[in-house]
Design a protein around this ligand. Structure first.
Ligand code: SF4
Ligand code: SF4
Ligand code: SF4
Length: 374
């Protein structure tokens, strides 16, 4: 049902049941947020999205307040701006003051709003470094709770997206903090190292450990290349972060059609093989095949020592010609069903379709299968 509301003096239409934030977003009206994320249930705990509702005694959190017929809302009144600035100052009072050295500087939502509202560090001072930096021994996630603003996005991302419930809130008042399990380490609290909590954290409280200090968020130094994960057949997309010709990390791409921001530990953190010196970048064939020789009669011991069995780098045409020749010889001598083809769910559909044609129509066998683990 459509209802009429007023935002900043402008009459707009909204849907009954929508929140003020949803209605404003639909009409391209900006209301700042920190704890809100469209993928997570709204909690209204950071108070950045507060707005003034005519007739209301208090400012209302736009992300959890539903609209009603005739509602008259001010999103940027003096009172609202003052309140948001004070909220930001309270966050800064509990925050490390080293934006310049922070790994997420440039992509930090708190930094963005502190600038927008020109919120100075409060005159009554800050608490400085209260918690150990890099406080968790896990190999992937850098935890620095000195930068935590208690927005709880990590708690929700882990519970609602990954369904692991690793993060929780402990203590009350000034002592309140985000903890893994009942105050233990991430891995002991059943963390799967998927990194969803890192992707949803709006500050540098949670960041990636394996590329810490490499400038993942320095937009002017890196290029992002959207690609599809090669680890399994789900086909998740993400951005490879490239700096000076080298992949330094993986970042969630919220527009990914299959997975949104979600990735598993392999997709998010298993990228260092790309530049590994042992990685094959060209095809290799046995030397005797390059020299056109017949199959050598060998045993395991002589194979190790025989230089004709050495693997030699070659070009794709040569390698594919040798493969085609050998498959043809096997088919002609032993019959089509002596050959079987295993393909992979990691290949594109088009590639698997072509392998199917190669097996059935070129070689003449139905021996074709695939496995998601190949
Ligand atoms: S988390 Fe954000 S606000 Fe805090 S130091 Fe890092 S960049 Fe600055
Ligand atoms: S890495 Fe994944 S499983 Fe571990 S705490 Fe974060 S969201 Fe939960
Ligand atoms: S660790 Fe990050 S996501 Fe979690 S509550 Fe703190 S700031 Fe929010």
């Amino acid at each position: 049902m459509t209802i009429n509301i007023i935002i900043n003096g402008k009459k707009i239409e909204a849907q009954a049941g929508q929140t003020i934030l949803q209605a404003a977003k639909e009409h391209d009206l900006h209301i700042p947020t920190l704890c809100y994320h469209k993928d997570l249930s709204p909690t209204g705990n950071c108070r950045m999205c507060v707005v003034e509702v005519k007739g209301g005694r208090f400012l209302q959190a736009a992300c959890v307040t539903p609209v009603w017929e005739g509602m008259d809302i001010q999103t940027d009144s003096e009172k609202v701006v003052k309140d948001r600035r004070l909220t930001l100052q309270l966050m800064l009072a509990n925050h490390t003051a080293n934006c310049a050295c922070c790994d997420v500087s440039n992509e930090c939502e708190l930094q963005e709003l502190v600038y927008e509202y020109q919120a100075e560090t409060p005159a009554w001072g800050t608490k400085g470094t209260r918690y150990k930096v890099d406080s968790d021994p896990n190999p992937f996630i850098h935890v620095d709770m000195n930068k935590c603003i208690l927005c709880r996005r990590c708690v929700q991302a882990c519970a609602e997206i990954q369904v692991r419930d690793v993060w929780g809130v402990a203590y009350r008042g000034f002592q309140e903090q985000i903890v893994a399990g009942a105050g233990t380490t991430l891995l002991e609290a059943r963390c799967e190292s998927c990194g969803q909590c890192v992707a949803y954290c709006p500050t540098g409280a949670l960041s990636t450990k394996i590329n810490y200090g490499q400038g993942m968020a320095r937009a002017h130094q890196v290029t992002k290349v959207t690609t599809t994960c090669s680890y399994c057949g789900v086909g998740c997309q993400f951005d490879l972060v490239v700096k000076r010709g080298k992949v330094i990390g993986v970042a969630s791409n919220p527009n990914s059609p299959v997975n949104g921001m979600a990735l598993c530990v392999k997709g998010r953190f298993g990228y260092d093989y790309i530049h590994h010196p042992d990685r094959l970048t060209k095809p290799k064939v046995r030397r005797y095949l390059l020299e056109g020789g017949e199959k050598l009669k060998t045993n395991r011991k002589s194979e190790i020592a025989n230089p004709k069995l050495e693997w030699v780098e070659t070009d794709w045409d040569t390698a594919l010609n040798i493969t085609a020749k050998k498959l043809g010889e096997a088919r002609d001598y032993f019959g089509s069903d002596s050959i079987g083809i295993l393909t992979s769910a990691k290949c594109l559909n088009e590639e698997n379709y072509l392998m199917n044609k190669l097996a059935r129509q070129v070689i003449g066998t139905n021996n074709i299968d695939h496995c998601a683990r190949l």
